[in-house]
Design a protein around this ligand. Structure first.
Ligand SMILES: [Zn+2]
Length: 174
């Protein structure tokens, strides 16, 4: 999926749901897309699960994880729902052992590509490019200043590492 398409799909999904604001209410977005969300005991090795059946979906996210990580997991599962659920083949199950932000340049093949695409769209849903630019301008943030990047991460309720990767992919950070 091209970079431009990913950004457009994220922005369109957020705007259509009335969720195009900071911080993105990612659980509400899921609900508006007909997906339920629930914290669950998924053990040490699973971040999130998406189950789709009869046109409805359910996301479970690891109850032991930090909120910023849970938000990223939910965004990732929403991305699978938007990108990879085949409407005529049900039920479908996605199990994500480890969801983490990866940069656009990471190599991948086969179903790994689905994970890369889900991570990219997930990041674009949580940290929409246009809203990042708006926040930087509004608060006159200096991205060379670690404190300002941390502040930006707080505003979007994401981890500093996720924000740093996203800023890099948006070519706002070197
Ligand atoms: Zn995944």
């Amino acid at each position: 999926m091209s970079k431009q398409n990913t950004e457009e799909l994220a922005e369109q999904s957020l705007r259509n749901s009335g969720m195009y604001r900071v911080p993105v209410a990612i659980e509400v977005l899921a609900n508006k897309l007909n997906l339920t969300t629930q914290a669950a005991e998924l053990g040490d090795n699973v971040s999130g699960v998406l189950v789709v059946e009869n046109g409805r979906g359910a996301i479970a996210y690891n109850s032991d994880h930090a909120v910023v990580r849970q938000r990223f997991t939910i965004a990732h599962e929403i991305a699978h729902y938007l990108l990879h659920v085949e409407k005529n083949r049900e039920p479908q199950l996605f199990i994500d052992k480890y969801v983490a932000f990866r940069s656009d340049t990471d190599s991948s093949s086969g179903s790994e590509q689905d994970e890369v695409d889900a991570n990219k769209l997930g990041a674009a849903l949580l940290i929409p490019g246009t809203l990042v630019l708006e926040q930087i301008k509004k608060h006159q943030l200096d991205l060379d200043d670690d404190e300002d990047v941390t502040l930006l991460a707080k505003q979007f309720q994401v981890s500093v590492i996720a924000m740093t990767h996203r800023l890099t992919n948006l070519r706002l950070l070197r």
